[in-house]
Design a protein around this ligand. Structure first.
Ligand SMILES: [Zn+2]
Ligand SMILES: [Zn+2]
Length: 211
């Protein structure tokens, strides 16, 4: 089952140009099984999502993209709106209390320009990034990143033994499903999504048709 785990829609994400209904039409055209709405620091209303999903005949799940002092984190199973910037430890404590799941979003975005001293950053050095101590998984396929940046995330996740997810990080309709997460099982609802995430029964796949 292929799900795009990382999508921003308007107006809840001010930086996005995607109308939720256009998103659904495009997701269906691409034969995606499901989509996740991961706005910045705001969670969709469950009733609204259910209504959209019912009309669309596609599974729609809610997540959230939190900005922390250690970068952006995709969060599942924790449905609180928190507007202020959190320390990663604070977010981890809250998400753990809710039995939720945390994924380091685009952890190596811009890694080649972090600083002159890190131009040759090795996988070993990359593994020491603090954010990686706090997450359950790493986004190893992000549609907005370069192949180099995704490759570094993939190598780091493999070395640390963390599972890797894929998501488009789409802010425009034509960006949907550039990366997706393929789950082993059929997922009906958010509880099942959470269970499959915690079980690590998924892998990142490039493109909706990829394998
Ligand atoms: Zn982000
Ligand atoms: Zn994002």
């Amino acid at each position: 089952m292929k799900i795009d785990l990382h999508i921003h829609t308007a107006p809840l994400s001010a930086c996005s140009y995607i109308d939720p209904r256009e998103l659904i039409d495009e997701a269906r055209r691409l034969n995606l099984d499901g989509i996740c709405l991961t706005e910045h620091q705001v969670v969709w209303d469950r009733t609204e999502v259910d209504q959209l999903a019912e009309e669309a005949g596609i599974r729609i799940f809610r997540g959230n993209e939190f900005t922390t002092n250690q970068g952006d984190i995709l969060v599942f199973g924790f449905y609180e709106d928190i507007k202020e910037l959190l320390l990663i430890q604070e977010l981890r404590d809250k998400v753990t209390a809710a039995a939720g799941y945390m994924i380091a979003a685009h952890p190596f975005r811009g890694f080649k320009t972090f600083g002159i001293g890190q131009l040759q950053m090795t996988v070993e050095q990359a593994c020491k990034r603090k954010v990686l101590e706090f997450v359950d998984a790493v986004e190893i396929g992000n549609g907005k990143l370069s192949p180099d940046e995704n490759e570094m995330a993939g190598k780091v996740a493999a070395k640390l033994g963390l599972p890797g997810t894929g998501g488009s990080d789409a802010h425009r309709v034509d960006e949907i499903a550039t990366w997706v997460t393929e789950f082993e099982k059929d997922i009906e609802d958010e509880n099942e999504l959470l269970r499959e995430l915690h079980g690590g029964r998924f892998r990142a796949v490039q493109g909706a048709e990829g394998s």
